[in-house]
Design a protein around this ligand. Structure first.
Ligand code: COA
Length: 464
């Protein structure tokens, strides 16, 4: 790798300087220092501001060159007119990476300033931004953002072109217990772009999947080539906004992106092996299933439910998405028939009926998970008066723990308050659980898509 291609200093720096660090709570330069301190980053933290002695009990330096220790990352939060000078200081100091928080560049038509900054850096200094809220990287305990101070660690690297949406999602991933390995607000992509990050995260041991919110691309070829290589290692899910003509116009005025013809994007995503989600809900559903499950070894899907209706909805959804519901062999049917009510169904969906309790759920899940002719299981639950959802949740969690053949399972909990509690508990235990049968099936579809992709690679094939 060319030295200038190395962007690891954004994620694992030895020392971080915050240029424009402020003593005033609420100012961006203050909040970034606070987040870096709070997150427990173990490297050096150096506020820089000629007008302050210290910031949040840290000694403050007048200029970067006053810092004796090594600084490989600078977070720049001074007004746009000062950024060029600070970038020159960064190069003089030997800083390798700069996150330019400052707005007022190409996103408002000030292209020349942005180009000047990039040309000064000339890849001796790599730049994320300008116009970014920063970078969070869990493995280094580094929260170099002015977003929420508390972020739940997880397995997904989230790259976002939208600042406000990214900030909101940063909070939301914690609230919804998804967690992230990293968040990168990519800003104007003046230097580091989606392709560089996809390449980096495909090799990052703390990341299992990559999620991108994208409005447009500057260099489509570079991105699709990087992604084509990366999907061999990890799944990539993209939310590409601007599907409609109006949406594309909105993207253009939001980040200055050329959204491009949507059908071309769709085809290119497919060719590169990128999974394109309709929107946020689907993207996070997919990511959750992909993170928390092994990839299916085959295509045989079995549905287990205590509600006939939920089973029918799930079947329709499976059919629509091209998921194959397994024909259950007679010996498997007999084994289940022996323990289920006579009015249940041992076809696929297996309907345990509203009489089913957690013990029966556990037993039937064990039976199907032990079978080599079953590849994945969708477990559906409808809340009824005679059954405690929390016990069923525990039965599903226990069955997963006993699943020595490592099959993927997605689940749905449908019902009132107690179902919500059960659902939350399962999320906490990192079970791919959803509030509807359709979403549990759609999540399984993501796993199956990944299976099919990996099969093509195994066969030495390229993606279409
Ligand atoms: N080196 C270091 N610090 C310097 C400096 C220099 N050469 N010159 C001035 N400073 C200090 C200032 O004294 C100030 O500190 P203070 O609060 O102690 O006075 C601090 O840097 C910030 O400068 P200030 O002029 O107060 O700017 P600001 O904080 O109001 O705004 C930005 C700076 C970067 C936040 C603002 O220009 C901006 O771009 N905001 C939008 C950011 C954004 O939304 N990004 C995209 C998110 S998705």
């Amino acid at each position: 790798m060319n030295k200038s291609d190395d962007i690891s200093s954004f994620f694992s720096p030895k020392g971080v300087a915050i240029v424009g660090a402020s003593q005033t709570p609420g100012k961006i330069g203050h909040e970034i220092v606070r987040n870096i301190k709070l997150s427990g980053f173990s490297g050096g933290v150096f506020p820089v501001n000629p007008n302050a002695e210290n910031v949040l009990d840290l000694k403050c330096y007048g200029r970067l060159s006053d810092i004796r220790a090594e600084v490989d990352l600078a977070v720049i939060a001074v007004p746009a007119g000062l950024v060029e000078g600070v970038v020159r200081d960064c190069i003089e100091k030997g800083v390798k990476a700069a996150i330019i928080i400052t707005s007022g560049f190409s996103e408002v038509g000030n292209k020349e300033l942005e180009e000047r900054v990039v040309s000064i850096a000339r890849r001796r200094l790599r730049i994320i931004g300008p116009n970014t809220f920063g970078v969070f990287y869990a493995a280094s305990r580094l929260n170099a953002t002015f977003g929420p101070g508390k972020v739940l660690w997880g397995k997904t690297a989230f790259i976002t072109q939208s600042g406000a949406l990214g900030l909101a999602l940063m909070d939301w991933t914690t609230e919804e217990k998804y967690g992230v390995s990293s968040i990168v607000s990519i800003g104007n992509k003046a230097d580091v772009d989606d392709a560089d990050l996809v390449e980096y995260f495909s090799r990052d041991p703390s990341t299992s999947s990559i999620l991108i919110y994208m409005e447009g691309l500057r260099d489509g070829r570079k991105f699709f080539e990087a992604s084509r290589r990366a999907v061999r290692e990890k799944p990539i899910v993209v939310i590409k906004a601007g599907r409609s003509a109006r949406g594309a116009r909105a993207a253009s005025s939001h980040t200055g992106s050329i959204a491009g013809q949507d059908t071309i994007f769709t085809a290119a995503f497919e060719q590169a092996g990128i999974m394109r989600a309709e929107g946020m809900t689907q993207a996070f559903d997919w990511i959750q299933a992909l993170n928390e499950n092994p990839v299916p070894k085959g295509e045989n899907v079995v549905i287990v439910t205590n509600g006939g209706g939920l089973g029918v909805l799930a079947t329709d959804k499976c059919e629509g998405l091209g998921l194959k519901l397994a024909e259950l062999p007679n010996d498997l049917k007999d084994e289940i028939k022996a323990i289920t009510p006579s009015f249940g169904s041992v076809k696929n969906p297996i309907d345990l009926t509203a009489n089913a309790d957690d013990v029966l759920y556990g037993k039937v899940l064990d039976i199907v998970l032990r079978r080599r002719d079953v590849d994945c299981v969708i477990a559906l639950f409808c809340q009824t008066a005679n059954i405690d959802p929390i016990l069923v949740a525990q039965a599903m969690l226990d069955a997963r723990d006993r699943d020595i053949l490592e099959k993927p399972i997605t689940a749905a909990f449908v019902g009132g308050h107690l179902s919500q509690v059960a659902y939350s508990r399962m999320l906490e235990k990192r079970f791919a659980v959803y509030p509807s049968a359709e979403r549990a099936v759609d999540a399984m579809y993501a796993l199956m898509a990944r299976h099919r992709q990996l099969e093509k690679f195994k066969g030495g094939g390229e993606l279409r």
